[in-house]
Structure formats: structure tokens, C-alpha cells
Design a protein around this ligand. Sequence first.
Ligand code: BGC
Length: 429
Amino acid sequence: MKTPEEFLEGHGFTLAGDIDKQSLIAAFVDEMEAGLKGEKSSLLMVPTFVGTNGKVKEGDKAVVLDAGGTNFRGAIVSIPPHIEERQNQSMPGIKGRVGKEEFYNAFAAEVKRLEGKATVPKIGWCFSYPAEATPALDAKLLRWTKGVDAPEIVGDKVGEELLKRLGGGEIAIVNDTVATLLAAKAMEGDRRYSSYIGFILGTGTNAAYVEKNRNIAKLSGLDPDGSMIINAESGAFDKMATSDFDKALDEKTNNKGQQIFEKLISGAYLGTIGLEIYKAAAKEGLFGAKTASAIAGLGALETMDFDNFTAKFKKEGRDNVLDSIFANADDARMARRLGLPVFERAAMLTAIHLAAFAIKSGEGLSADEPIAINADGSTYYKTRAIAFGDTVKAALDDMLVMRRNVHYEIVPQVDDAPMVGAAIAAMMK
Ligand code: BGC
């Protein structure tokens, strides 16, 4: 009988230890460069018109909206970071299709609830989908990710549309990676960093970093000595091999053929990869007959259940579908051996991706001025199957410090970084 590793490899699944790190870093950097020149690239490399030197007045309060996962939030955010009046609700379009009015009205109602409680006129909106940024910080939605079903919004300048429904006002929209980068910069105190990366690994994934204007060849008229934050939309990277399981998953998504990298590493998808692996393994005889028939009846697998099961963690008050699937200890052990590589691959790809951004920034060349990486998101911090952050760091030490003498620091997590960063964008002078 095949080992679980042989089975995975037979389906084109590259185990973490077998990933060709150096050539994948090079492919990431090539795609970034092409995107900055406006040439064909899987990375959008969106210039954000936001720099890292903006000033914020302490005590200011802004109305903030945060849309980017299964929930959207509204709150009043002040600096130093403090959040009041927070309310969570389901993201419009996540539980079925919504039209224009239903979509914008959900956000307009949140702003109205919070109106009058802010001290700055601009609304800060953390909008975490691929969008072109305008110099006035509006966001033109290019396509949806993470399963949002609201096709009428694609192509809209979402800020302008929201303000129309509010009868006027001002708004600053930033991606969650940009907000996370800004939040890290605002919280640095007297630490010195040579550059900054904002990284999200939650429902979806993406990174933003600081680029020298002279390298942003697709924009003309910029001060060549300046710099700005680039939202890479790195979840769309597609220059790596994918397995049969990844392909089967992609077929079932409503953004087929897009966000290929995101579908290998982020929370919206890891459970489904697990399910595809179990189904194929059952067909090929890696489980006993009873387990195989139980797996055949399994319709969906959430990442949280896949992760908890792989970690042998029983979450109180939550029934895990996998607990009743495996007929005996051998099958359960097999399932864990098949599951672990999914998380290990995600961590290795995360590290490779972060290494590429650190290298592209051209900074971090001495140990006393490292590049600050602010990571955020549930998959990065809450995965249990492996020590995710430690695995990423070990790989980064190898790829960046040992091999290239590029220094970095994963900075302490800033609570609610996307909201805090959106408030900073709204307040920035
Ligand atoms: C979106 C990005 C976002 C990332 C993390 C991706 O699906 O395209 O804009 O930054 O998820 O939330």
C-alpha cells in the first residue's frame, strides 16, 4: 500500500520540504516587477497613493467600516487604538446574491448609526477585495474574492456609491493589507524599521509593501524620490504547481481559475482541500471500507473542523463532523497524516511569499534596521494543526537571514489592525 506521502505526491501535491523555494521566490519577484511595469502579471500590484509618513492627531475618532471576511463591522476608532460602538453583521453577498441597493444600504445604515460620534470628517473603509485605488482614496472594485456574490458592484467606485446614498461626505478606502501595514507603522514607538509589509492570512490572503516610486513604472508623474504602499493582490499569484486536489477545489468555486495562491493557503479553502484529499484517498483504498463509505457521504468540510481534527483538539460546544467519520484508530491516524501536509505546505508557501516581498522591498540590509512584517488574520494566528507562525519564521530565517542577509521582524500583532489602519487612513494629514 502507498504511504500517505506517496499518495499525495502521486496527485501532484508538493510536500513542504520539496518545494523549490529559490525558484518560487524568483517567480514571485518577476511577477511583481511585471505588475509594476503594467505588463502581464498575475499580481495586480495596485499603487495605493498612500505613503508611510502621514501624521495622525492623537485623540481623533473616525467612523470605520471593515468589509473583507464573512462578517463586516462598523465602529468608532480612535488613536492610540481604541474601538467603541463595534457591531458585527454578515457581509452582504456571502449568504446568497445581493443587488446594488441591498449592498450599499447595509454599509450606509452602519455609517448612519455611528454618525456624530467621530471627530474627523472622513469615513475610513477597510475594503479587502481586489480594487484599483484612486489618488483620492476611492476603490474601484475589479472582481470579488472569498465567495461574495454581488456582481452588480463590480466596476463601481464603492466610496462614491456609498457617499451617494449618504447624501455626501468624504471617505478613505484602503485594503486590509495596507491598513495592517499602516497600523504597524503607527505602533512602532522608538523601534526603527527600514520598511514595512502588511500581510493577511485569514479567509483570504494578500500582502502590501512599500515600493520606491521610481520602480512603479506604470504610473507617470510621481516624485521619483518618494515611495508608496503597493497592494500586491498576491492571492492571485499563479506561477506554482497545483495538485489534483487544488484543481478539484478550484472547479467548485465561484471564481474559478482566479486566486490560485489564495486557494492553497487561506482559511476559506484549507478544509475543502482536506475533503478532496480524503475522498481520493478513500477511493484508492487508504482507508477501510466503513470509513470510505462515511467519507463518500461527507458534503463539506470547514477549515476549523479539519484543523481541529488534525490537531486532535476538541473545541468545546462544537460538533466536529470528522469525529464520526473514521471507523478506527488506524483510519484516524491516516487522516491526520494526510491532513498535516496541507498546513505545512500553506506555512511554507506563506514564508516563500513573505520572503519575496522582503527581498523586493530592497531593505532590511542591516540587523539594526529590519523590515517590519505585520501579520494578521485567523489562519495565521489560530491554526492548531501546526505551530504556523513558528514554522513561517524558521523558514524565513533560512531564506532571508541565513541566505541573503536580509533582516526582518514579525512585529507584535496589533489588535484589530485592519480597523485601526483604516482609521489612520481617514485621519492622515
Ligand atoms: C483579497 C484581498 C485581501 C485578502 C485578505 C483577498 O481575497 O483579494 O484584497 O487583502 O483577501 O483579506
